[in-house]
Every structure is written in structure tokens, then in C-alpha cells.
Design a protein around this ligand. Structure first.
Ligand code: MG
Length: 453
């Protein structure tokens, strides 16, 4: 059976095994048919080796349905989303597999307001894709245009939005680990424009990711941790392949979980005005702690960018994000923007005259665990239902996405994976002893229930 390539956010697969140039061509046809003749589509891509081939075919598909194509170049997802409405595009496509290994690539689809396609839109596109019933016109190659210097234009926009002179005055040294991805073209340049001394790391664009894996999780970030310490830098920033996620290393070389960057971003973005934050069920309590400091409320969403954006729009929320270091800012763009987050955190450090570590110390520390338990796909739903039946009725629960059990001193999330045959356990507590208790309790609960199905 051919593996289904439409996932929860666009299309993704191993290039030339699951995702072919032909797939991109057909997706171009499908998107052009979905949006209609004469529509303007902006296309961005990351540094992966297969991007060129996929882009050529995608463009052929789009112009065959009468669309106009605007090539944004290697710009990173945050920039594609930022410029879609500002360049009056009717939609967009980002060619990227985000943080996945080098063999992968993918296509994500974007609306005219710079938000990613919702799941229902992906399903409609999927239907057109499989129907092979496309609009057809004689392709006009003069309908392909290139927009240049978007990185420079983005930097100007960041400078207009934040107090860059305060950052410049603070004379920060920042290690920027671009992970050979889109960040190579924007993050060191932006930091320099903000007046920082920049120490770049893995800043050669290279889709084979020779320096480190593309996902900015702690096990992949030993080099930046070392370099921040060695150079006595004020901050380290590490990003994924398409630069929508950013995690930070403090001035002592310690990795900080993405939800701490999210929490500090909430504090910086909402200070003196409050507002509404959309977090997810898998994100830490630290976001609520930051919300209290700025008088904001926190709403919980299903995991994943499209769901966060949907909830932000519905509740007119100022900011949304998740624990992997992706944060979305209303009025800026409807995509996670790890580049803007870093600028905001530097502004906060400068204005409060605090190191990143000191900022972090304003917020309580937590212990967190993540555990995977193998579980066949066809048993996930019934397993979740049986587990829920075992939880006392008066327990504080969030059931929008898996099962989040809230305790007075921590929480536990039991959630089937959307893509792999596993059941995930996440937990957070204030002490090591309590997190161990929660881990033992959750493992026993899931395994016992699974064994008795
Ligand atoms: Mg990404």
C-alpha cells in the first residue's frame, strides 16, 4: 500500500520514495484548481537538496491551472507567512520537512492571511488531488516571478517593531546555531542588524545537515551549549530546518525547553497590557506562571499549529505557542516565528537589564518527562476511552486532545501519537519525587489497560 502523504499539516514523505517530483506537480494542479484561475501564489523553500526539483514541478502544476507564481526563495516558514498578506498573495506553499531527517521533504499550504491550511482545507485539496480533475489552461511561463530581498525587508520590519536601539546598547554576544537550515539566511543577519556580536554555528546552508540533525532538541545541541559557555555569550539560539522553531541556551550554557522561551515571549509581548494566550495540552505550566505576571489568561488548544491559530482567531488571542519552541504573534503573522521570538527575548533582556538566566528565574522550575509506549494504531482510540473510564469523575481533566489530568502539583498527559504506533506519556511536576510517581502511575495505567483490551 502506498503510504498516505497528507498528514495533519500538509504533505510529507521521503523524497523519491513517498514524495516524488510528480507529486509536487499534481499538488500544484490541485492547489491551483482549489484556489482558482489568476490567483497569486508565493512559494518558499528550505535548504533541502530535493527542494529545487519539487519547486520546478510544483510551479509547472500551478501555472497549468492559470495561477501566477511568485518565488520567495529560501526564506523560512515565518517569512513566507509574514509576506503572503503583505505582498498581496492569495495563497502560498512552503517546501520543507521542517525538523525531519534529510531524506524527507514536504509541502505546506498557506492562506491569503498567512495562516496554514486547516485540516478541512487539506482534506479538500486531497480530494482534488486524488480526483485528478483539474482546471487546465495553456501554461504561461511569464507568470513566474521572483521576489528578492525578503530577508532584508523582514529585518527592517523587526527593527520597526522592537526597541533595537536598547538591544544595541546592551552589546550582547549571541551564538546562532542555524542548523544548516533557512536560519542561515536570516538569523545571524538579523542579530547583527540589532547590534549583537554574532557567533554563527552550522550557518552554511546545507540540506544534508552535516553538523547536526535538524530538530532543535537537547540531544542535538551539544555544540552550541559548549560554544555559549566557551565564549561567555549572553544567549544561544538554535532553530529547526525552516526556522519556525527556536530554543534558547542560557548564558551558562544550559538548554532551556521550548515552553520556557514561549513563556518569556508571552511575558515580553503582553507586559503592561495583558491579553489572551493560547497554549496546548502538551505545554508546561510555566506559560501560566508567565501569564499571571502580566495579567493574561491561558486557553488550551489541541496540539499543532493549525489548531492553535484557529483558537487564536476565535478568541482574539494575542499570542499562541507550544512546548517545541514555536510561538505565533497576532498582528505579526499566523505562523510560528522562532526568529521574532529571539528578537523579542533580546529586547526583554536589554530593557529589564537581566541575563537570560535571571529572566528564567522569574518563573518556577519544573521537572518534565516524556515516555513512549508501543501501541497498535487500531487500539489507540479504545485504549484512551478505557483509560478515561478509570479516572475519577471529579478529577480536573482536559479531554480535547488525549487526556490531560491536572493535579495541584503537576499534570499528566496521555495522548496517542497521530503518526506513529505509539502512545505518549508526558508529565510535569515541581519535584523529582513527584515526577517519578506520575511516571510510574501513568506507565502502569497505560500498560495494564492495554494488556486487558
Ligand atoms: Mg519547523
Amino acid at each position: 500500500m502506498v503510504k498516505k502523504i497528507f498528514g495533519t499539516f500538509g504533505v510529507r514523505g521521503i523524497f523519491n520514495k513517498e514524495l516524488f517530483p510528480e507529486t509536487a506537480n499534481l499538488l500544484g494542479h490541485a492547489l491551483g484548481t482549489y484556489l482558482g484561475k489568476g490567483k497569486k501564489i508565493g512559494i518558499g523553500h528550505d535548504t533541502r537538496v530535493s527542494c529545487d526539483e519539487l519547486q520546478v514541478e510544483l510551479i509547472k502544476g500551478l501555472i497549468s491551472t492559470g495561477c501566477e507564481v511568485y518565488k520567495f526563495g529560501c526564506v523560512g516558514t515565518p517569512l513566507l507567512s509574514f509576506f503572503i498578506p503583505r505582498k498581496n498573495m492569495d495563497g502560498g506553499v512552503m517546501i520543507t520537512a521542517s525538523h525531519n531527517p534529510k531524506e524527507y521533504n514536504g509541502l505546506k499550504f498557506w492562506n491569503a492571511d498567512g495562516s496554514g491550511f486547516r485540516m478541512e482545507q487539506d482534506r479538500e485539496l486531497e480530494k482534488i488531488y486524488y480526483s485528478r480533475s483539474f482546471n487546465a489552461v495553456k501554461p504561461k511561463y511569464n507568470k513566474i516571478k521572483t521576489i528578492e530581498n525578503l530577508n532584508t525587508e523582514y529585518i527592517q520590519n523587526v527593527k520597526a517593531k522592537i526597541d533595537w536601539e536598547a538591544i544595541k546598547k546592551a552589546n550582547f554576544t549571541v551564538v546562532a546555531d542555524c542548523g544548516h537550515g533557512c536560519a542561515c539566511y536570516i538569523t545571524p543577519q538579523l542579530l547583527q542588524a540589532l547590534g549583537c556580536n554574532v557567533i554563527p554555528l552550522f550557518n552554511e546552508p546545507d540540506g544534508t545537515f552535516p553538523g547536526r540533525s535538524s530538530e532543535p532538541i537537547e540531544e542535538n545541541l551539544s555544540e552550541i551549549k559548549k560554544l555559549v559557555k566557551e565564549t561567555s555569550a549572553d544567549l544561544g539560539v538554535a532553530q529547526d530546518g525552516d526556522a519556525d522553531r527556536a530554543v534558547h541556551i542560557d548564558n551558562e550554557g544550559f538548554y532551556q525547553m521550548g515552553d520556557r522561551s514561549f513563556a518569556l515571549a508571552c511575558y515580553a509581548f503582553l507586559k503592561n497590557r495583558g491579553g489572551t494566550i493560547v497554549s496546548t495540552v502538551s505545554t508546561g505550566t510555566v506559560v501560566e506562571d508567565a501569564a499571571k505576571l502580566v495579567n493574561a489568561r491561558v486557553l488550551y488548544s489541541i496540539v499543532g499549529e493549525p489548531k492553535i491559530v484557529e483558537m487564536m482567531k476565535k478568541n482574539n488571542a494575542e499570542i499562541g505557542g507550544e512546548e517545541n519552541g514555536g510561538v505565533i504573534y497576532k498582528g505579526w503573522s499566523y505562523a510560528r516565528d522562532g526568529i521574532f521570538t529571539t528578537a523579542l527575548i533580546l529586547e526583554l533582556m536589554a530593557k529589564e537589564n537581566k541575563s537570560f538566566k535571571e529572566l528564567n528565574e522569574m518563573l518556577p522550575q519544573y521537572e518534565q518527562i516524556k515516555v513512549k509506549i508501543p501501541c497498535p494504531n487500531d487500539k489507540k482510540e479504545i485504549l484512551l476511552k478505557k483509560i478515561e473510564e478509570k479516572i475519577p469523575k471529579d478529577q480536573d481533566l482536559i479531554t480535547i486532545d488525549g487526556l490531560r489530568i491536572n493535579y495541584s502539583d503537576g499534570w499528566l498527559l496521555l495522548r496517542p501519537s497521530g503518526t506513529e504506533p505509539i502512545f505518549r506519556i508526558m508529565a510535569e511536576a515541581k519535584t523529582k519525587q513527584r515526577i517519578q510517581e506520575l511516571e510510574e502511575f501513568a506507565k502502569k495505567l497505560v500498560n495494564d489497560t492495554l494488556n486487558n483490551l
